[in-house]
Design a protein around this ligand. Sequence first.
Ligand SMILES: Cc1cc2nc3c(=O)[nH]c(=O)nc-3n(C[C@H](O)[C@H](O)[C@H](O)COP(=O)(O)OP(=O)(O)OC[C@H]3O[C@@H](n4cnc5c(N)ncnc54)[C@H](O)[C@@H]3O)c2cc1C
Length: 461
Amino acid sequence: MSAVPDRSDGPNGDRRLLRGWGRTAPATSTVLAPESEAAVRSAVLDAGEHGVIARGLGRSYGDPAQNAGGSVIDATARSGIVDIDLRSGVATILAGTSLDDLMRWLVPLGWFVPVTPGTRIVTVGGAIASDIHGKNHHLKGSWCNHVLSMRLLDGHGEVRDLSPERDPEVFWATAGGMGLTGIVLDATVQLQAIGSSRLVVDSDRAADLDAVMAMMVDGDEDYDYSVAWIDVMARGGHLGRSVLDRGRFATRDEVLASGDRRPTDYATHMLPSLPDLFPSGLVNRLSVKAFNELWFRKAPERRRDALMSIEAFFHPLDMVGDWNRVYGQRGFIQWQYVVPDESSDFVRRSLERISGAGLPSFLSVLKRMGPANPGHLSFPISGWTLTIDIPVAAGLDELFDDLDREVLDAGGRLYLAKDSRVRPELLGGMYPRLDEWRDVRERVDPHHRFRSDMGRRLGLV
Ligand SMILES: Cc1cc2nc3c(=O)[nH]c(=O)nc-3n(C[C@H](O)[C@H](O)[C@H](O)COP(=O)(O)OP(=O)(O)OC[C@H]3O[C@@H](n4cnc5c(N)ncnc54)[C@H](O)[C@@H]3O)c2cc1C
């Protein structure tokens, strides 16, 4: 599976137009697909003045995995499991391996990734560089909390063996460092043991924001996974009405008792990709309002102990290939913030502003987050994270510039893996250890070989 169609094996790469999942800022880069470590090293050391950046499966929304005028390393050229201990669940995995492949190989053997985002079409390298989180952050932390060690090719062309104990500063600068400390070659990860490939899920409809937030706080300790879908178009007394899904992996016996004789079977269903033909205005107030109404009403008011597949619970969006095309050529932005518990009233304020502006969004998700890890640029902190997808339209910048400042005032931050537009001057406030990160980066990449459009846009490099 490659993020870059028509991969070139030529030594000088191919020039390609690359974009993030939000499709907002396409840029042409020279794409190389080195298959050996020596070839990765040459690609880094031979990169010209515009530098080089790694790209996984291109699921970050903005511009971190592209490099206008420079080189991009298609990391998916190096994929597979190097070593695995099936008793302890410790696996060494090449960084270009997708979580999709890992699940197909490992779930039937009783192992699952420790953290999965809302899509399984991401690589291990992308998971590290964004320090991704899932529906279990409140209990299990983010991806890099489960990385025992990783090997990083730095800007000197040297391979560093990193772990939280060995070279911890570079380890944590790479966790969430958006590829700007080097190329992750492989990682040794502690997998999670599972008894089956099904989840036991409780679903509740919540009439408004207070109701859903109260349920989530109450259930923090009771459920391994928790996520609320919020109808952002609902206003007034219905503001924040939601469908809350919470669950845990089922045991083998629970699945057998349901009559299913194949408790560890793992299957996915991908419909054909959407064609790239949609006009940019298709996702609008009317279409989204109707969709959201339907989604809310089709959800059970209260359901207990439903057995669901991994795909249905974690990755429903993956069933439609290239669904981002529905937003047309102008694309869409995703706005994701986290604020600490003491600023939980900001969740209401932000929803009021967004629903008041009548912005059409059918992908809005509220999750709880647990304590931060030592990653300098890692996104999660204890509190609430809200995610909203919005088609690009006039006037968005003013509203979101304003909201970004409020996030900062609330002690929160935006998620770089989703960002395509935050003002660089806000970043230092949101990520107070940014200068410390810059110092580490300077040490591992003094010649500034690792560069990306995001790095330039935000003044990271
Ligand atoms: C539908 C959808 C749902 C999502 N849900 C979530 C969610 O629930 N939680 C969450 O945290 N994220 C979520 N994401 C975001 C996604 O998990 C991250 O953007 C992730 O980094 C994408 O991985 P990728 O392999 O596609 O990397 P890319 O998007 O290709 O690259 C992302 C970053 O990783 C760097 N990188 C990639 N490979 C390497 C490597 N080998 N070495 C060094 N750097 C590397 C790139 O330089 C870039 O900075 C979601 C995205 C989508 C599209």
